[in-house]
Design a protein around this ligand. Structure first.
Ligand SMILES: *Cc1c(COP(=O)(O)O)cnc(C)c1O
Length: 509
């Protein structure tokens, strides 16, 4: 990975600002504004087939276009330059370091993209005859088994399209399980260190959430948990490692308390980058677990997807799995099993985001069990290295050993009038995507960093040096940090206004 991030010196920036130059950025014209009537980006040979009459007979009149489509009319070079320029303004893990905590923005090996693009995978149709889909079935079946082995569960469904979707699927199964036993259990216990999607998924699944506070060390407070469980407990949802980057030390006690009350245990395994090949939710007593393949098992996932959030379950929940289920016959052939009377039904059109499953399969096959363990070991090592070095300049609210990510607090900079948001904005000037900020909510001026296993020590050091430098700038020249960024296409945005009153401009004709 490159470490050559542009770093304008403070002197240069001050000079730029004085000259007002940093504020003058060429506005990018919309492709519609480049449009001139009659320009074309293509040249096709003259069409000598009389088509018009046929068209009328082929397409029902009501569906025929009354006016020409309102499209920009530009030359080919204009199209290419316009979109290439826009793509350069985008930031991705292929451009630079992207330490967004809780999101696992790691480098995704390009061989996985190649595998997903193999025409045998990319061009199959979900309604092809079953006998012509056997290779795809085998991939799904093997991946199910691999993920079951990795999580210590008995069966895995690959249907859910995201982590949150997996949570909802798991909770619907838990609901169906309790109902099948004639029990009314509607409460889901969620520690405050869990991911924000957990309570949202519980609500969407028609269940009520009880939030319990963490203790002063950031772990689940066992007394609070004991007080919260009861005959109405449907489940505990535990994010582990938690959003503080901590592994719950008393996880077996937690499991025992919930099981004794008759509740089931849900493991949010979106952060499995920290534990692969080292420990398994199934062995800790959990009944349901979801993984985020788009975080842990490659697949670039910026901008909201697509994703895959497979859900693993223990034996007693197998009847409730979404259908169809990929199964294997005695003769070794595969099929979709729809005969599942207790199933919660289909949760996704067709059979999940297949291309992502191909990437995950490739990822697992290229690393192997030892390699996956090494991924987690390096992710944890990198995070601890960064935490130790950054503690020189930032407060670490939960010291100790972290897992794949950690949280810091920028509250020490408040005395200079600088906040975490300003630090994040200043990082942009050095070519970094900022870490997650103001999440989790229980840490003041929170900065949450996840380096991942794919970065070199040089990259980590360069980022750490920059963070330390910004802390010094906050002290010496706070206005420099407060007015950042200087080197980006747009400067500070009114983020509330941008979210509440978007000005969408897509057609000028
Ligand atoms: C990312 C994440 C989720 C949600 O996953 P999506 O695919 O974004 O729906 C849930 N839990 C944890 C711990 C996560 O990090």
């Amino acid at each position: 990975m490159s470490t050559s991030n542009p770093s304008p010196t403070p002197e240069v920036l001050t000079e730029l600002r004085r000259a007002g130059a940093a504020d003058v950025k060429p506005e990018k014209a919309l492709i519609f504004e480049l449009s001139r009537e009659g320009r074309r980006a293509y040249s096709l040979p003259f069409c000598d087939v009389p088509a018009d009459d046929d068209l009328e007979s082929l397409i029902p009149g009501a569906l025929l276009r009354k006016q020409p489509a309102s499209l920009p009319e530009v030359y080919e070079v204009d199209v290419i330059r316009h979109y290439t320029e826009l793509s350069r303004r985008n930031f991705g893990v292929d451009n630079g370091f992207y330490p967004l905590g809780s999101c696992t923005m790691k480098y995704n090996p390009k061989i996985n993209e190649d595998a997903a693009r193999l025409s045998g995978f990319a061009r199959i149709h979900p309604y092809q005859p079953e006998e012509s889909l056997q290779g795809a079935f085998e991939l799904l079946y093997t991946l199910q088994n691999d993920l079951a082995a990795l999580t210590g569960m008995d069966f895995v469904t690959l249907q859910p399209a995201a982590g949150a979707h997996g949570e909802w699927t798991g909770l619907m199964m838990i609901r169906a399980y309790h109902e099948s036993r004639g029990e009314t259990r509607t409460k889901v216990i969620v520690p405050d260190s869990s991911h924000g999607t957990n309570p949202a998924s519980a609500t969407t699944a028609g269940l009520d959430t009880i939030t319990i506070k963490s203790n002063e060390r950031g772990f689940v407070d066992l007394d609070a948990l004991r007080a919260a469980v009861g005959p109405d407990t449907a489940a505990l949802m535990l994010t582990n490692p938690s959003t503080l980057g901590l592994f719950e030390e008393q996880i077996e006690e937690i499991a025992a308390i919930v099981h004794e009350a008759g509740g089931l245990l849900y493991y949010d395994g979106a952060n499995s980058n920290a534990i692969m090949g080292i420990t398994r939710p199934g062995d800790m007593g959990f009944d349901v677990v979801h993984l985020n393949l788009h975080k842990t098992m490659s697949t670039p996932h910026g901008g909201g997807g697509p994703g895959a959030g497979p859900v693993g379950v223990k034996q007693h929940l197998i009847p409730f799995l979404p259908k169809p289920v990929v199964s294997k016959r005695q003769d070794g052939s595969y099929f979709f099993d729809y005969e599942r009377p207790q199933s919660i039904g289909r949760v996704k059109s067709y059979y999940g985001n297949f291309g992502i499953l191909v990437r995950a399969y490739t990822y697992i096959r290229t690393y192997g069990p030892e390699g996956l363990r090494r991924v987690s070991e390096c992710a944890v090592l990198n995070a601890n290295y960064m935490m130790a070095r950054l503690s020189e300049a930032y407060e670490i609210p939960y010291p100790g050993v972290c897992k794949h990510e950690f949280v810091m607090s920028g509250r020490g900079l408040k005395q200079y009038g600088v906040r975490t948001l300003d630090v994040a904005k200043r990082l942009l000037d050095f070519g970094y995507h900022p870490p997650t900020i103001y999440f989790p909510l229980n840490v003041e001026e929170c900065i949450m960093i996840e380096p991942t296993e794919t970065e070199s020590k040089e990259t980590l050091d360069a980022f750490i040096d920059t963070m330390i430098r910004i802390a010094k700038e906050a002290q010496d020249t706070p206005e420099l940090v407060l007015n950042a960024p200087y080197t980006t296409v747009v400067r500070r945005l009114d983020e509330t206004l941008a979210a509440r009153k978007p000005v969408l401009n897509c057609s000028c004709r």
